[in-house]
Design a protein around this ligand. Structure first.
Ligand code: HEC
Length: 169
């Protein structure tokens, strides 16, 4: 009798540990765990924009020259509209810029902004996961509150699945 009681106790301990780790995962913020988008510079370039003046409402924190990229999975929705399929990724690649002899020249990278589509996992933030990689770092974890810091602004673009950029043929 004794051994089986031990066995039962062991099973309950395992169940408790599994249950605990599952509930910890459920409380993680949606933006956590997004990986650096390796190779994005070879994806489709969507558009570029230079925000050069404090008169622009997004000068802080988006001042500088940015390029937007989309991976193959997201390209069709960007071109034709409709919901982006899971696995779609958009990159916002921002560089500081300085005026030099009548030209604006891109200097150091400020950060990369990332949107990764997973409709179920990131249901609370429009079906997109949000992340920032500062400078040339490939380490994320820089978005404290994806809903407040990213999604509330992108929410205005509901008609295009929360993506601002339009495809430029
Ligand atoms: C105050 C509004 C605002 C906030 C906050 C904001 N964005 Fe954006 N985001 C924009 C705008 C506007 C564009 C389009 C820029 C363009 O047209 O070139 C954009 C573009 C992007 C893109 C390219 C895809 C697209 O929608 O065009 C990504 C990726 C992105 N943002 C990620 C983020 C992340 C990550 C955060 C949070 C850390 C964030 N954004 C917070 C306004 C915002």
């Amino acid at each position: 009798m004794k051994p089986s009681r031990f066995l039962l106790g062991g099973v309950f301990t395992i169940l408790a540990v599994v249950g605990l780790s599952l509930s910890v995962e459920a409380f993680q913020t949606p933006a956590q765990g997004l990986l650096y988008p390796e190779g994005y510079r070879s994806w489709t370039h969507v558009k570029s924009m230079l925000i050069h003046s404090k008169d622009h409402p997004l000068y802080d924190p988006f001042g500088g020259l940015h390029h937007v990229y989309v991976n193959d999975k997201g390209l069709k929705a960007l071109k034709n509209g409709g919901a982006y399929p899971d696995g779609s990724i958009l990159v916002f690649d921002l560089y500081d810029a300085k005026e030099e002899g009548g030209a604006y020249v891109a200097t150091d990278r400020k950060f990369i902004g990332l949107m990764v589509k997973d409709a179920k996992k990131y249901a609370e933030t429009g079906g997109w996961g949000w992340e920032v990689f500062k400078g040339n770092s490939k380490t994320g974890g820089n978005v404290a509150d994806a809903k407040k810091d990213c999604f509330t602004c992108h929410a205005s673009q509901k008609a295009t699945d929360y993506v601002f950029s339009k495809y430029q043929p």
